[in-house]
Design a protein around this ligand. Structure first.
Ligand code: CS2
Length: 497
């Protein structure tokens, strides 16, 4: 293959010359009009929501996207020379390459704040969507974390914000000042009640800077909830090379995802919405059930695989599913510990849903690194595992397997600290200190982790049954070496006689 740098860059000019096997936008780029501002232009958004929108644009050109990164200039700088075009690879599909054109503008708020605010105040923009990950919401429990450095900054300088909450609110303030209708604000992150939490955070913030604005938001702005699902491994060199080979063009930032995708959206918009249903999304008035099933079963199992699998030195989800003990444990966790403990929607057949998730995890075409899933454990654990534990305890159901997953996270934190490997986590420094101080004594170590009250909230963190089960699981994992983890899994999976 030619050197990557010798190839022409993917762009409007090279679009027409792409091989016929590569799907290209079914519309003229210049006819598109921006109707959505999306905050957080990571791979997930570009592989998921942007693709749904791309499917709609030929018939509904008024819903193109302006993609905004809050801090990093990387995506903008990679995609602007390509006029926002990028390639999507659907994993496991022969001819799964497609160029997406939905992102008609890319901005970085850090150095283009005025342009971002102009877009937010553009009457054609009727929807703001977000994928900013759990930590981007700046929450402490259910409330806005007013001690969060970005929120402290934004409260002091509301006209030049740093956080997503600050931008969403300032955009609404501009619209109120200009006499414009507001936009709806749609969270697409893996958080339970994501719209409700975002609304709460925006209102708490707005109340402090401008009570009249808060009242207007409360009365006129909607924050629908949504559930998003599609496994999206991070972009790697193998993908870049494959795309270059197939396109005979260089794409600075292609993305990849599994074929399966689901988007369930609460139908509560205050200023029109794209006809999402025409692109295969589901509009629903009650998405809590979908949300719970996905976050607790899929994401809960993912995090379990990530921590136990990393301790076993396994690299990807598909590899972890080849480890029969680990795969058996995770399957049992989903079927016997999670599904019975949580209320699931009537229309959902739990065994079938779990079968489908396990098949997705086993898909060898998806190289989804456990290290990627292990990121931000302090933010993910409460949503994915701890809420299930609380519900299982309330229903007097067993929590041993769930606690093994949580203890695996603790052992993972401890191992990374011992090996001097920095965690990717907003609490990385604190966790490194806790991890380094671990002695291997289950009572002392678990107690130190339980002091992290943004992860382990009361009353769960004080529940004696939880503490006992966690200590037992942590002690079973001993020093967290692969041998100890295997021994623990063997013991856990031994049939009860
Ligand atoms: C994963 C998710 O990285 C992670 O934490 O659990 O990104 C997961 O792949 C998606 O939620 C699947 O929809």
């Amino acid at each position: 293959m030619a050197e990557l740098c010798d190839l022409p860059r993917l762009s409007e000019q090279t679009l027409a010359d792409l091989p016929a096997t590569v799907a290209t936008p079914a519309y003229r780029l210049e006819d598109m009009r921006i109707g959505i501002v999306h905050i957080g232009v990571g791979a997930f958004h570009r592989a998921h929501q942007a693709v749904y929108i791309d499917d709609l644009l030929a018939a509904h050109p008024e819903w193109a996207i302006c993609g905004v990164s809050l801090h990093s200039t990387e995506v903008r700088d990679a995609l602007r020379p390509q006029q926002g075009l990028y390639t999507l690879q659907l994993l496991g599909e022969q001819s799964g390459l497609r160029v997406i054109g939905a992102m008609r503008e890319l901005l970085c708020a850090r150095d283009e704040s005025a342009a971002v605010l102009a877009r937010l105040a553009d009457p054609d923009v009727r929807l703001v969507t977000l994928t900013i990950t759990e930590k981007g919401y700046c929450l402490a429990g259910q409330d806005l974390d007013t001690a969060h450095p970005d929120i402290v900054h934004d409260l002091a300088h509301p006209e030049s914000p740093r956080s997503a909450i600050g931008y969403v609110t300032l955009g609404l303030r501009r619209r109120l000042q200009l006499g414009l209708a507001p936009y709806s604000v749609l969270s697409c992150d893996n958080l339970a009640d994501n719209g409700g939490r975002l609304r709460g955070a925006v209102l708490q913030y707005a109340r402090r800077i401008d009570p009249a604005l808060a009242n207007w938001i409360e009365a006129h702005v909607t924050f629908p909830c949504s559930m998003v699902d599609s496994i999206t491994p991070a972009t790697d060199d193998a993908l870049r090379e494959h795309v270059a080979n197939e396109l005979r063009c260089r794409d600075a930032w292609p993305v990849q995802r599994e074929t399966y995708a689901q988007w369930v959206i609460e139908d509560r918009f205050c200023n029109q919405r794209p006809p999402f249903q025409l692109a295969g999304a589901t509009l629903s008035d009650d998405i809590a059930g979908y949300d719970r099933a996905k976050l607790r079963l899929l994401n809960g199992a993912h995090s379990t695989l990530a921590y136990l699998g990393s301790l076993l030195n396994v690299e990807t989800v598909a590899d972890a599913m080849q480890e029969s003990l680990l795969a058996g444990f995770v399957e049992r966790l989903m079927r016997d510990a999670i599904a019975p403990a949580i209320p699931l929607p009537d229309h959902l057949d739990a065994p079938t849903y779990i079968d489908a998730i396990l098949a997705r995890f086993r898909n060898p075409a998806i190289r989804h690194r456990l290290a990627q899933i292990a990121w931000d454990g302090s933010q993910k654990l409460p949503v994915r595992l701890l809420s299930t534990i609380a519900e299982a305890l309330a229903a007097d159901k067993p929590i041993g397997d769930l606690c093994l997953a949580v203890a695996a996270w603790m052992q993972f934190v401890r191992r990374q600290a011992r090996n001097g490997v920095a965690l990717v986590d907003p609490l990385a420094d604190l966790l490194a200190t806790v991890g380094l101080a671990c002695t291997g004594d289950a009572v002392g170590d678990v107690n130190a982790f339980l002091q992290l009250d943004t992860v382990f909230a009361a009353p769960l963190s004080r529940d004696a049954r939880f503490i006992r089960a966690l200590q037992a699981a942590y002690a079973a994992l001993a020093d967290g070496t692969p041998a100890s983890v295997s021994r623990t899994l063997i013991a856990a999976m031994r049939p009860v006689t």
